[in-house]
Design a protein around this ligand. Structure first.
Ligand SMILES: O=c1ccn([C@@H]2O[C@H](COP(=O)(O)OP(=O)(O)O[C@H]3O[C@@H](CO)[C@H](O)[C@H]3O)[C@@H](O)[C@H]2O)c(=O)[nH]1
Ligand SMILES: [Mn+2]
Length: 358
């Protein structure tokens, strides 16, 4: 691993968050993020040709991993990490040792709220993760733990404690995360609507998790945040974050953790080409009609009381139920096992304990 720690300003690093960035382009976008990210440790996962040198802007403290590093660190299990797909980012989740992960795409920039104030995405995500979720009963005034609001009339007091939040899903101004067909039909559509809300996604409900502005509690749900087997050599790409989102949501529901979506926003200046994206994601457009019901209908066993155990059970179910859709899912199921084995090798449970369901 060409681990170059470079931090000119010897600022105290924030100890509980790592920033994971997949990149196949450039990291110049980090110049604009400096006021918000300079005190955080970056884990950069360089995709594509490892012989290309990626420049990291001065003043950041970082680890940079390319494909050679991934192959060396994981050995044969490296095949579970996508190549030529943003899903390679999950390698950064695995090598981090921090409690929280924030992952961001290299074409996302600092957004402003309606007052013109720049949005501190990390502060908002950590607030989302450190306040409870309410998956069992919908609060119509949105996040009841936010200043200036509360549970509305008719909300049972027995449910007001909420549950621990595991995932915080942020949104995007400017270019929305549309699939290729939608983007081809609406090439000039821009998201200008800033919705000042954070909501819990109800238990039993799935959602399309986008990986470009996403934070999660690694200790609670890390093993379930596998971004799948996508990209070169695979029949599908650009469904990395979707696969992780569906799997992580059923695991959160099973273990009693919450998932929130809404604030904070980033400014997305999409760099990918919709025609290229269509080629990459077209199988996903078909298969999602099978994958979503698969996740909606599965039931994890009570013996699966940690994210890793849930994920191993999910792998079996994937092999049993989805291989009839396409043989690819057999390989994906095997890759899911390799992912957990690699995760556990790099992250042995502390004093024999793994985070168990509440
Ligand atoms: O082969 C690749 C392609 C991309 N990356 C890095 O991954 C992220 C996202 O890439 P990009 O911004 O091009 O993707 P979008 O279409 O804008 O966004 C959607 O696709 C998801 C990625 O699958 C993304 O999270 C969605 O929002 C960038 O950092 C690229 O540099 C890569 O590493 N390898
Ligand atoms: Mn993008």
């Amino acid at each position: 691993m060409n681990q170059l720690f470079s931090s000119i300003e010897a600022a105290p690093l924030k100890e509980d968050v790592d920033i994971v960035i997949p990149t196949i382009r450039s990291l110049d976008f980090l110049e604009q993020w400096r006021p918000f990210l300079k005190h955080y440790h970056l884990i950069i996962v360089q995709d594509g040709d490892p012989s290309i040198n990626i420049r990291v802007p001065e003043g950041y403290d970082y680890e940079l991993y390319n494909r050679n590093d991934i192959n060396r660190i994981l050995g044969p299990r490296a095949n579970c990490i996508s190549y030529k797909d943003g899903g390679c980012r999950c390698f950064g989740f695995m090598v981090s040792k921090k409690k929280y992960i924030y992952t961001i795409d290299d074409d996302c920039f600092v957004a402003k709220d309606p007052s013109g104030k720049e949005i501190n995405v990390i502060a908002q995500h950590i607030k989302n993760l450190e306040t409870p979720s309410t998956p069992h009963y919908f609060n119509t005034l949105y996040d009841p733990f936010r200043d200036g609001t509360d549970f509305v009339r008719g909300y049972p007091f027995s449910l007001r404690e909420g549950v621990t939040t595991a995932i915080s899903h942020g949104l995007w101004l400017n270019i929305p995360d549309y699939d290729a067909p939608t983007q081809l039909v609406k090439p000039r559509e821009r998201n200008i609507r800033y919705v000042d809300a954070v909501m819990t996604i109800p238990k039993g409900v799935l959602y399309p998790m986008c990986g470009m502005n996403l934070a999660f509690n690694r200790e609670l749900i890390g093993p379930a945040m596998y971004f799948g087997l996508m990209g070169e050599g695979q029949p599908i790409s650009r469904y990395d974050d979707m696969w992780a989102g569906w799997a992580a949501k059923v695991v959160c529901d099973h273990l009693g953790f919450g998932v929130k979506t809404g604030l904070p926003y980033v400014w997305h200046s999409k760099a990918s080409n919709p025609f290229v994206n269509l080629k990459k994601e077209h199988k996903g457009l078909h298969w999602q009609e099978e994958m979503v019901p698969f996740f909606q209908n599965l039931r994890l066993s009570k013996e699966s009381d940690t994210a890793a155990k849930c994920y191993m059970e999910l792998s079996k179910m994937t092999k049993e139920k989805l291989t009839e859709v396409d043989p690819y899912f057999e390989n994906l199921a095997d890759a899911m096992v390799a992912w957990i084995e690699a995760w556990e090798e790099l992250n042995p449970p502390v004093d024999g304990k793994d985070v168990k369901a509440k």
